[in-house]
Write a protein that binds this ligand. Sequence first.
Ligand SMILES: *[C@@H]1O[C@H](CO)[C@@H](O)[C@H](O)[C@H]1NC(C)=O
Ligand SMILES: *[C@@H]1O[C@H](CO)[C@@H](O)[C@H](O)[C@H]1NC(C)=O
Ligand SMILES: *[C@@H]1O[C@H](CO)[C@@H](O)[C@H](O)[C@H]1NC(C)=O
Ligand SMILES: *[C@@H]1O[C@H](CO)[C@@H](O)[C@H](O)[C@H]1NC(C)=O
Length: 437
Amino acid sequence: MMSCVTMSRKNLQQTFWIFLFLVLLVVLWVFNDLQGGPEFLYLGPNLSLLFLNETISPIKGTRHLQVSAYLDERKGKGTVRIITMFYRPGPHDLQCIFNCNNGVLFTSPAQVEQHSDNFGFPFVTADVFCETSYRCKATHVGLQTQGSVQNNDSLMPIQNLQQRNNGFERDLTVCISNLFGDYNNVLQFIQTMEVYKILGIGRVVIYNTSSSHMLEKVLHYYVNEDMLEVIPWPISNFLNPSRGWRFEEHGGDIHYFGQLTTLNDCIYRNMYKSRFLLLNDIDEIIAPYQHTNLNLMMDELEKKQPDTGVFLVENHIYPFNVFDDSGRFNLSLWRQVPGINIMEHIHREPDRKHIVNPTKIIVNPRKVEQTSVHSVLKRFGNEYRVPFDVCRIVHVRVPLQGHLSKEELIVDTKLWEYHKELVPRVNKVIGESGILR
Ligand SMILES: *[C@@H]1O[C@H](CO)[C@@H](O)[C@H](O)[C@H]1NC(C)=O
Ligand SMILES: *[C@@H]1O[C@H](CO)[C@@H](O)[C@H](O)[C@H]1NC(C)=O
Ligand SMILES: *[C@@H]1O[C@H](CO)[C@@H](O)[C@H](O)[C@H]1NC(C)=O
Ligand SMILES: *[C@@H]1O[C@H](CO)[C@@H](O)[C@H](O)[C@H]1NC(C)=O
């Protein structure tokens, strides 16, 4: 008798717990739905989406701009990172729309993470994270404001679906953030590209807003040679980009033509293509001072600093208005090409007391999450400042310490070491690109 009563009581208790569990499930499901939680949808006759390949496209109903989407399994199995130029006032509530490979759509809430350096501009680089479902083999993704999927919502292809951590297409790639303002420093451009090749760089990636007619010819020459990849960057069609780096001083919508967005995009675009990326400007040459090329230098640095994904390299200024005395590279062919002749500028400004030299970066892109110009914002491994005598940047430009006399500058003929290879190569490009015709 006793045992029978206990049994039925136990049963009752069990039923109660199962009931409570089911109620909880329903509550969670309804709550999730109200929150705009994950959901599968079918494309109907009244609903069509746009599949875009543009590098910049508006997110409908907002001022935000979407740039590119990458699978980022470092953040989770089905996590897609969308790189955006985000309008800081908002809206902040966004939804992800995935196109699954079976024609079904899947929507889920988006997580927005703005990068920390906005320099006061209304637009900032932001990563928008989207989670896909294991049941959706997503090929494209887009963003929308909360609500239902709308006609003509535009989706971007998801890149980096295939990931490889070895067998890279190349060891070293340079990311040049932007070309803009009818850039016409043609001679320095050609010389720099040829020095890069001598140093072992396999490809240069440039985000192109506008350039001069003559430089266009040079760009086409290098694209045909497969040394250069030009990514269209028509930012002026969407924003009033700033030519400066500080909103208070320069105005405009976004820092320096969206430089930070392009640098971040370049990291993800080349994450599984290149062993290392060099993030520098087109007038900067990251030069090894103890190795014959950058590959050998990186081999050694990687061995000595095994858990390091970020290598900081000091920038040094070689004023473009101070010439070497010999005139040995004052060549008549080169004088016909507009721009700075870097081989004539071998005088380096000394370090200043109390001023730390700014750096540019060499990264293992697989260990970087967010980058800025002179440093990395979020990374997985360590950071290492490469000693000045191992590697430094040769940067021929307007002086920073213009008051110094020639005698107060330091003679540094690093680039002259490459002259035997460099001079004929530069002459060949001047001839074959057709710029003087
Ligand atoms: C986008 O690229 C894909 C594959 O490269 C191509 O099939 C498609 O037509 C392109 N779409 C547009 C709108 O250009
Ligand atoms: C969608 O785009 C097509 C052409 O691209 C246009 O004709 C149509 O009006 C658009 N529909 C909506 C709802 O914006
Ligand atoms: C660079 O962008 C300009 C402006 O859109 C365009 O006219 C030019 O063809 C582009 N150059 C290359 C090499 O793609
Ligand atoms: C280079 O040579 C030209 C022609 O001889 C001369 O006019 C010019 O001053 C020289 N430049 C320098 C920096 O010496």
